[in-house]
Ligand binder design. Structure first.
Ligand code: 5GP
Ligand code: ZN
Length: 138
């Protein structure tokens, strides 16, 4: 299904031009307009899924291998030392376009900075309780 109000549906299906690095029957991979680093790419399914929770299982199974393929090509073509696969779900998580996408962000020896967080500390008892709450919701 496509969503006629969705910009990534239009880009993924070629209605809006983009810098495309890969395309097959399920996906288009484009360069991000506001790159975190040179070569920052977005894997877009051609079908509309709001986020990872809505993603079709057959499509989902292809996303990680495609991310690895794009990342390996970036290392070869752009000389990055590594890459991040990043995927945001929900406003609170930083999602701004509500059509599932996976970021492939090349990482170079000389920066820019890594996608990272400041590690916190947690009581083992609280960890156990938190794990239990998530487990019970599965
Ligand atoms: P999110 O924050 O939802 O995970 O990521 C959305 C990403 O899409 C952002 O990195 C943003 O720069 C990129 N983006 C938003 N609109 C467009 C667009 O029209 N074309 C391209 N190529 N990238 C876009
Ligand atoms: Zn869409």
């Amino acid at each position: 299904m496509k969503d006629s109000n969705c910009i990534f549906c239009k880009i993924a299906n070629g209605e809006i031009p983009s810098s495309t690095v890969y395309e097959d029957q399920d996906f288009r991979v484009i360069l991000d307009l506001g790159p975190a680093a040179k070569g920052h790419a977005l894997i877009l399914p051609k079908e509309h899924f709001k986020d990872v929770c809505e993603l079709d299982e057959a499509v989902a199974a292809k996303v990680l291998p495609l991310g690895a393929k794009i990342g390996a090509a970036m290392k070869e073509a752009l000389g990055c030392a590594g890459f991040n696969l990043v995927q945001n779900n929900g406003v609170a998580a930083g999602q701004t376009v509500f059509h599932f996408h996976m970021h492939v962000i090349p990482r170079y020896e000389n920066g820019p900075e890594m996608v990272t967080w400041t590690p916190g500390k947690e009581d083992p008892e609280v960890l156990a309780q938190t794990a239990e709450r998530i487990k019970n919701a599965l």
